[in-house]
Design a protein. Structure first.
Length: 203
């Protein structure tokens, strides 16, 4: 997410709980990137999350790592299950989260099928997967999802309507004189209909 200040995540010690947390983090980040993401029921599949729309769902395997390489330049991320590499077609993309660096790698499945582990956040000749860093655009393209908008919806201001005022009728016209006479007669009748209190009006 460009322009967003990076934070320093707290490390969950339990490996399984840390993996579950990473899956929830993926769904959060994918949503912020404008990608519809959800978690299928159960954990017996070869993928953890799905992204996209009906007709274009992508299977995502989510991994995370805190393990540094022996060289100290980068991290090693497991890409196997129960010590067995994933078979071809097990998922569409690998979403690998390097927790200490707070960065995601969105890697096509074909790049990691059959491997037990990969190296991330590496430099020089070892930087094999660096062009997949924060590559959320790959998921948008593969799922047919458009670019995320700013998140701010503009609301059009309602148009102000001014009631039409009928033009004043000049009192010099015949209609004006008739209206004036009717108004005088109305006021006269209202005054005449007032009955004085008992006892008043007698001398």
């Amino acid at each position: 997410m460009a322009g967003v200040k990076r934070r320093k995540p707290k490390i969950i010690k339990d490996k399984k709980k840390r993996g579950e947390w990473a899956e929830s983090m993926f769904i959060t980040w994918a949503s912020e990137e404008g990608l519809p993401a959800s978690k299928p029921w159960g954990d017996s599949r070869s993928f953890d999350c799905v992204v996209g729309h009906p007709g274009k769902f992508l299977a995502i395997q989510v991994k995370c790592t805190i393990a540094k390489l022996e060289s100290g330049e980068g991290y090693i991320c497991s890409t196997c299950s129960s010590h067995k590499p994933y078979r071809k077609g097990s998922f569409d993309f690998l979403a690998a989260y390097v927790i200490p660096e707070d960065v995601w790698y969105i890697i096509p499945g074909r790049e990691v099928w059959g491997l037990r582990s990969i190296s991330l956040c590496t430099v020089g000749g070892e930087a094999k997967y660096e062009h997949y860093r924060e590559a959320w655009g790959l998921l948008r393209k593969a799922s047919g999802t458009s670019e995320p908008d700013s998140g701010v919806e503009e609301v059009a201001e309602p148009e102000m309507t001014v009631p039409e005022v009928p033009p004043a009728i000049p009192p010099s016209s015949a209609v004006g004189r008739m209206q004036a006479a009717a108004s005088y007669f109305r006021r006269y009748m209202q005054r005449s209909s007032v009955v004085p209190p008992k006892g008043e009006g007698k001398r």
